[in-house]
Structures are given as structure tokens and as C-alpha cells.
Design a protein around this ligand. Structure first.
Ligand code: AVI
Length: 320
């Protein structure tokens, strides 16, 4: 999870359409709601990824050179990572892991989970790096100057970046990790619009609560009083748009009544007009062509892939 960035928020709220950085979605309540989302009937990506990892763990790790360090971006509680670490330990007798996350408590939880889930994993083979992803990768590279780094990015989180944002991120990753690295990238695939809509507009309203909570966090951080916010929230309407043209799900909030926010003490007013819609999150859904293009524009190629009709995981290697 990226850290809160007030400049990013102000820039987003002054843009058109207005946007909010996704970091505001993941406070304590937001992280708990996201965990609930992963268990929803309609939210298939979590289970689709898990099924591929369970079925193919041995084959996937056959593409990871012996002695590699498994690095996980945004490891959270590392619920799925254990599958690949166990497969590596079965093959090599040992495995090294470095988790990168901005939350110290998630990192500790990840370590506890992995130690109980993965037989044979040693505490001294686990590094916990509390940092943003790229800074964290630089630190892991310093800790392991010569080893191959297998960078795991699970959960299709790449889908929450724009096309250009993702390409830049992959380029930065390559600079930070160097040529002796590989990326294990998980991506949700483009599919039936109804399935996508339901996944982000679930019948229990958990995703709606997650998105509205993120917007509340953002406006709270600008100094809006909690009581005023709670009253204003009654006029917010959650909307999901599935765009076939952009191959993405867009999560919007429409304001039935306008709202004026003065950031800080003397900040220039931000005005949200009645009826205006604010883009809270986008979740891109990929085709195989999209994945190949993302890899090639950022200096990688797809070495191997494991895909179902719903979901894809792939191993990317730097082009030499
Ligand atoms: C974290 N990320 C990949 C989730 C997704 O599916 O885009 C976030 C999410 N937002 C609403 N539901 C899930």
C-alpha cells in the first residue's frame, strides 16, 4: 500500500474528473473491508489467483533459480505467499523471503503467518522491509547484492495503476532490482461485463462501504469536520462503470448535493458541484496482448504464463 500523499490528493481533487489516490482506501477500517471483499461470493479474483497458485506451485518455482530471494511487494498478511515458499523449500531445502510493506503491523503478521504455514522456513531467512515498493526494493538489493530477486506482485494490484503508471513502475523496478531479477506478476483478465460489475458492486455493499470510507478518509485529512462529513455522506451515491474501451472497472462516487472544502487554514477552496462524480478507483482488466505490451515497453518479456479464462499469472524476465 502506498503512503498517504496530501499533494497527490490536492492535485487529484483539482483535476477533471476529480480523483483520490488509492492509498486513502487502506486505513485500518479500509484494510479490514478489503479482507472482507476477498471473501465475497462475487469477488472472484482472490480465489481465481489462489487456485492457479495451488495447482501450479511446483511448475512456477521451476522458473525460479536456486538461491533466489522471494520478494513480495505489499505482502500484507502474506496469505498466499506460503504456497510458493513451500514449493521452493520442497525443491531446495530452504528459501529466502523479503516482504515489503508500508505497514509494520502487516509485516509482523506476515512473518507470523509464514512461520506457522511454511514448514522449514527459518526466521533468519525472512527480511521485513517497512517502505514504499521501490525504496523497499533498493533496500532488499542492498541486503542481497548478488542473489536473483524474484519479485512477486500478487492480487492484480497492477490493475489499480494507469497504463503509463504501470509502465513507469516496471521501469523503476528494473532499475532498483537490476538485471538479476524476475517479476512474478498476477493479473485479472478482461471478461463478461456483468461478472465484472458484480465483483465491484456486491450485493452486501461491502465494496461500496470500502470506497465511501476511502473518500471520507481523504476529506477528513483535508480538515473537514467528522460530523459534517457524516451528514454529507448521506448524499453520496456509489456507481460502478465497466468500460470495454478502456478495459477497466471504474469506481465513482456521485455527490447529490455540492460540497465545499477548504484544505488547511487558508487553502484555496475545492468545490464539488451538485451531481458531480469523483473517480475513486480504477481496476484494469488485461488481455494477453496488454500484458505482453506492458512487459515489452518496460524492458521485460514474458518467460512463462499460467492462465485460466478468468485470471493470469506470469513470470517476466528482463530483456538482456
Ligand atoms: C487491490 N486491488 C487489486 C483490488 C481490485 O480488485 O482492484 C481493490 C478493490 N477495490 C474494490 N474491490 C477490490
Amino acid at each position: 500500500m502506498p503512503t498517504i500523499c496530501p499533494q497527490g490528493l490536492l492535485a487529484g481533487l483539482r483535476g477533471s474528473p476529480k480523483t483520490v489516490p488509492c492509498s486513502y482506501l487502506y486505513d485500518k477500517k479500509g484494510s479490514e473491508l478489503y479482507e472482507q471483499i476477498t471473501e465475497l461470493e462475487e469477488y472472484y479474483p482472490f480465489r481465481a489467483e489462489q487456485a492457479i497458485l495451488e495447482k501450479n506451485a511446483d511448475d512456477i518455482v521451476s522458473h525460479v533459480p536456486k538461491g533466489s530471494v522471494i520478494v513480495e511487494l505489499g505482502c500484507g498478511t502474506a496469505r498466499k505467499t506460503g504456497l510458493l515458499l513451500s514449493a521452493l523449500i520442497k525443491r531446495d531445502g530452504a528459501s529466502k523471503f523479503a516482504g515489503i510493506d508500508v505497514s509494520a503491523s502487516f509485516l509482523e503478521e506476515a512473518k507470523t503467518n509464514l512461520m506457522s504455514l511454511v514448514t522449514g522456513l527459518k526466521a533468519e531467512d525472512i527480511d521485513l522491509v517497512e517502505a514504499e515498493y521501490i525504496t523497499g526494493l533498493q533496500k532488499v538489493r542492498q541486503l542481497h547484492p548478488t542473489e536473483n530477486l524474484c519479485i512477486m506482485w500478487l492480487g492484480s494490484s497492477v490493475g489499480n495503476l494507469t497504463n503509463d503508471g504501470a509502465a513507469q513502475f516496471f521501469k523503476d523496478m528494473l532499475v532498483a532490482a537490476g538485471q538479476k531479477s524476475q517479476v512474478f506478476l498476477c493479473t485479472d483478465l478482461w471478461k463478461d461485463k456483468k461478472v465484472l460489475h458484480a465483483a465491484y458492486h456486491d450485493s452486501r455493499g461491502v465494496t461500496e462501504e470500502f470506497i465511501l470510507n476511502g473518500l471520507r478518509n481523504a476529506l477528513l485529512s483535508l480538515g473537514l469536520a467528522p460530523e459534517r462529513l457524516d451528514a454529507a455522506m448521506k448524499n453520496w451515491v456509489y456507481e460502478v462503470v465497466v468500460s470495454a474501451k478502456m478495459r477497466r472497472v471504474e469506481m465513482w462516487v456521485q455527490f447529490k448535493e455540492g460540497l465545499e472544502v477548504f484544505p488547511g487554514k487558508n487553502g484555496e477552496a475545492i468545490r464539488i458541484a451538485p451531481g458531480e462524480r469523483l473517480l475513486m478507483e480504477l481496476s484494469r482488466k488485461f488481455t494477453v496482448g496488454d500484458i505482453n505490451r506492458l512487459a515489452s515497453v518496460s524492458g521485460y518479456y514474458v518467460q512463462a504464463a499460467w492462465r485460466t479464462r478468468q485470471y493470469g499469472v506470469q513470470m517476466l524476465l528482463p530483456m538482456q
